[in-house]
Design a protein around this ligand. Structure first.
Ligand SMILES: Cc1cc2nc3c(=O)[nH]c(=O)nc-3n(C[C@H](O)[C@H](O)[C@H](O)COP(=O)(O)OP(=O)(O)OC[C@H]3O[C@@H](n4cnc5c(N)ncnc54)[C@H](O)[C@@H]3O)c2cc1C
Length: 385
């Protein structure tokens, strides 16, 4: 088999890259270790930046998102017994976020690729990457896929990044002394917008996926066993952390899914080696507090598509050579924002009274100064391309 771009991973990065390349007349094949059903039902991100929404709309895969997605024009910061709205419409006019599940984006992209005759090969867990600085090719099962370049879009635990020889990449990382317990529940959202709540019991996030499905997160200790969290305890803790302002009652319902996600910041530089280009979680991870992971994956493949398009049409390698540098500017802005939101909203240690006072002081500043609130809003809806 032969293609122009061999793509490893059918997450948002790999699928969108394949779709955008197709629109430029560039052929690709996507190799995915898991089944189509698994990819389409994996519940993860749900907050799309303005730029992500624009890319999906402009490339013709935004029809269902426009119908079912929930545009939000603000978020609430809740602490000290009061809620404070960060109003995007006032602070960053014309820019907003859209709540639309990552698995819905994945479904839309798979449908678009298959309708256009695109090739996605699911259930191949044994992908190998070869000759990355010469004539690259991928192997899987007993087959070989020759290609001009390889896009490593296989997430943090994939095979692409480890295929780069030791010593080439510089790794920058930070672990946090807590994790998030994520909960999906069949219950109408108790508020129209996301609520980021900081309190002495820990952080909680009230979010949603649709008018009938809510998404919640609770700060928990790292490596927290899920068995410690029966449904009744989850609701009791969510109520304790969210029902902290007068008149707010949390609606409860059947829990559909729950899981513990570690919090980590990670960047591998550069995001390229020979003819292998890393995109999305394969190259960088952010704690989910800033809702940036999926959006960074979209930004990476947008840049990679432009660079590959330029190379195929002119033979010039300039933008491809600059791919890593181009992406890392945005990656590091998102790294900082995600670290900052995490640091602002999570008690790090139960007895750290000084750290708590610093957080409250900064929250007071963000919610009373238009300049500070604009910084948060501008980063949250996503920096312009
Ligand atoms: C609980 C949670 C909540 C989140 N919330 C948000 C949010 O609100 N907003 C946001 O922007 N981001 C959020 N994120 C992050 C976001 O989900 C990721 O950043 C995003 O999935 C990255 O997309 P990707 O395509 O780079 O990687 P992935 O989605 O990880 O896709 C990689 C694909 O490669 C496949 N693969 C792996 N190894 C191989 C292999 N060896 N061979 C072939 N295929 C392979 C995987 O099966 C997968 O399909 C969240 C993440 C989690 C876990």
């Amino acid at each position: 088999m032969r293609t122009q771009v061999g793509i490893v991973g059918a997450g948002p990065a790999g699928l969108l890259l394949s779709h955008l390349l197709h629109l430029r007349g560039i052929d690709s094949v996507v190799l995915e270790s898991r089944s189509r059903e698994y990819c389409e039902s994996r519940v993860r991100a749900g907050v799309l930046e303005q730029g992500t929404v624009d890319v999906l709309n402009d490339s013709g895969v935004g029809e269902r998102m426009r119908r079912e997605g929930l545009p939000h024009h603000g978020i609430e910061l809740r602490y000290g017994g009061a809620g404070h709205r960060i109003a995007f419409e006032k602070l960053v006019p014309g820019r907003a976020i859209t709540v639309y599940g990552q698995q819905e984006v994945v479904k839309d992209l798979i449908a678009a690729r298959l309708a256009a005759g695109g090739k996605i090969i699911f259930d191949v867990p044994d992908v190998g990457l070869h000759d990355l600085t010469g004539s690259p090719y991928l192997t899987f099962q007993d087959q070989t896929l020759e290609c001009d370049v390889i896009a490593g879009c296989d997430g943090f635990h994939g095979v692409s990044r480890p295929s780069i020889p030791e010593g080439v990449l510089s790794i920058f990382e930070r672990d946090y002394p807590f994790a998030w317990l994520g909960v999906l529940a069949r219950v109408r959202p108790s508020a129209e917008e996301l609520i980021y709540a900081r309190g002495d019991r820990g952080f909680a996030l009230h979010s949603m996926r649709s008018p009938e499905i809510s998404r919640f997160y609770l700060q928990v200790p790292p490596d927290e066993p899920l068995e410690n969290w029966p449904d009744e305890r989850i609701w009791a803790e969510l109520k304790a952390r969210l029902e902290t302002v007068p008149g707010f009652t949390l609606a409860t319902g059947p829990i559909l899914e729950k899981g513990v996600t570690p919090m980590r910041s990670f960047v591998a530089e550069p995001m390229q080696y020979g003819r292998l280009y890393l995109a999305g979680d394969a190259a960088h991870i952010v704690p989910p507090t800033g809702a940036k992971g999926l959006n960074l994956a979209v930004a990476d493949v947008r840049a990679l598509t432009a660079a590959l398009g330029h190379w195929y049409s002119t033979g010039e390698t300039g933008p491809l050579d600059d791919y890593s540098r181009t992406c890392l500017r945005r990656v590091w802005r998102a790294q900082h924002f995600s670290w900052w939101m995490t640091t602002l909203l999570h008690p790090f240690e139960s007895d750290d009274a000084y750290g708590g006072r610093l957080q409250t002081s900064y929250l007071d500043y963000v919610t009373s100064s238009e300049a500070a609130a604009t910084t948060l809003a501008e980063n949250y809806v996503g920096m312009p391309w």
